[in-house]
Design a protein around this ligand. Structure first.
Ligand SMILES: [Zn+2]
Length: 411
């Protein structure tokens, strides 16, 4: 996790690994991150029936103090319902945002829920709540809670995710008994800032070395698991892309740049730092790709660029067909780390990995390397490498993203 003792170890590993792969211009660029620690955490229903609950603090959550907070539970089924609660209706209470995460290959169910995780605690705080409990953004029924960032706040509300079975349990208690009182202890706290770094390495282009095809992933993870699928898998895909392209007898025309971003999870600090430092060379970035969706297969490719250059995308997508990747003409989005570049007009190649299983383990203690199927994972890396090579070697480029398509979704 960003700012943890493991962070500089990961940075050093990435730099060393890029050098072992003989990448060019391997270096780090400093990124300041805020440090947040989870501490001890526990929760239980105290009335009408005592029951321990499995919880984990949301990233950035406030702490409760050792004695914890206790309150009656006010359940809402959606962020929209939370926003509609009358003033004072949650004063002194614990808001329970209970929205299930829909399983979808494209991960769209998570996107809907993430807005609630991000904004819910701030809204509950305004309503006078003492804490927020969130049904985990997860498609599993394991008794593990899924963490993830909430919006930054100088005085954050204590906010925690419940495991999905515990959220369903609490819902049933409220349904049958019409009341539930919960006690929550969170040791979460911020502890200043720390230095981290983006780690960058390149395969130099043979004809136009100043033009860049960027492949990104993020070096940090949440603290609960190993971060194998989020985003160790993406780091592996980006490095493998560089490895296979540099091993080819002929380098592509343009430079391939691998960027392993600092602190995606808890503030997107590395992405913002990169866009600040490299903003002036935004025009040199021909396209950006990001691997941050686990280790499952790429099933589709989308694109975002100047519509006049669409033929080039069609030609590129054809190269991916043997890998069972279909062309999807919906506009590409790209991941969080490339969003500041998109805002500068940099085109996006959006390789869509199958996210059907991803949110079973995402941001939990279950995010461990045994979840990765090596064969399927290799096929995902092959798709990224093929697309990166094609973009780096094509004659023309994708122009710039049109003004109206540059902005990220407003959370
Ligand atoms: Zn991620």
């Amino acid at each position: 996790m960003a700012g943890s003792p493991g962070d500089p170890v990961a940075v050093a590993w990435a730099e060393r690994t890029m050098k072992e792969l003989s990448l060019a211009d391997v270096h780090t660029e400093p990124v300041t991150v805020r440090r947040w620690e989870r501490g001890d955490e526990s929760a239980q229903i105290v009335a009408p029936v005592p029951q321990r609950l499995v919880v984990t603090a949301l990233g950035g959550s406030g702490g409760t103090g050792a004695r914890g907070v206790e309150g009656d539970v006010v359940e809402v089924a959606s962020l929209a319902d939370l926003e509609k609660l009358p003033p004072d209706s949650a004063r002194g209470k614990i808001v329970f945002l209970d929205a299930p995460t829909r399983r979808a290959r494209d991960g769209s169910g998570y996107g809907e829920g993430a807005r609630g995780r991000y904004r819910g605690p701030g809204i509950a705080k305004k309503l006078g709540a003492v804490a927020l409990l969130l049904r985990s953004l997860g498609t599993d029924h394991d008794r593990l809670a899924h963490t993830g960032a909430m919006a930054a706040d100088d005085h954050p509300l204590p906010a925690a995710a419940l495991s999905v079975p515990d959220a369903e349990l609490l819902h049933r208690v409220l349904d049958e008994k019409k009341t539930a009182r919960v006690r929550l202890v969170l040791g979460a706290h911020t502890s200043g800032e720390a230095r981290s770094a983006n780690v960058i390495g390149e395969v130099t282009g043979r004809e136009r070395p100043l033009e860049i095809v960027l492949v990104g992933a993020h070096l940090d993870s949440w603290d609960l698991g190993e971060g194998a699928i989020d985003d160790g898998a993406g780091v592996g895909i980006a490095l493998e892309t560089a490895r296979v392209i540099s091993a080819l007898p002929t380098r592509p025309r343009r430079t391939l740049r691998v960027v392993l971003f600092a602190n995606e999870e808890h503030g997107l600090d590395g992405a913002h730092a990169y866009a600040t430092v490299h903003g002036q060379e935004a025009l040199k970035h021909v396209v950006a790709m990001e691997a941050d969706f686990g280790a499952d297969a790429v099933y589709a490719v989308r694109w975002l660029g100047d519509l006049a250059t669409r033929d080039r995308f069609v030609a590129l997508a054809r190269l991916l067909a043997p890998l069972d990747v279909e062309r999807d003409d919906a506009p590409g989005g790209g991941g969080a780390d490339v969003s500041p570049l998109r805002e500068l007009g940099v085109p996006i190649l959006d390789l869509r990995q199958d996210g059907s299983r991803y949110f079973d383990v995402h941001h939990t203690a279950n995010d461990t390397v045994d979840k990765i199927d090596p064969g399927v994972y290799a096929s995902a890396a092959a798709a990224f490498a093929t697309a990166a090579w094609a973009a780096a070697d094509m004659e023309g480029d994708f122009g710039r993203v049109e003004e109206t398509s540059r902005k990220s979704k407003d959370w």
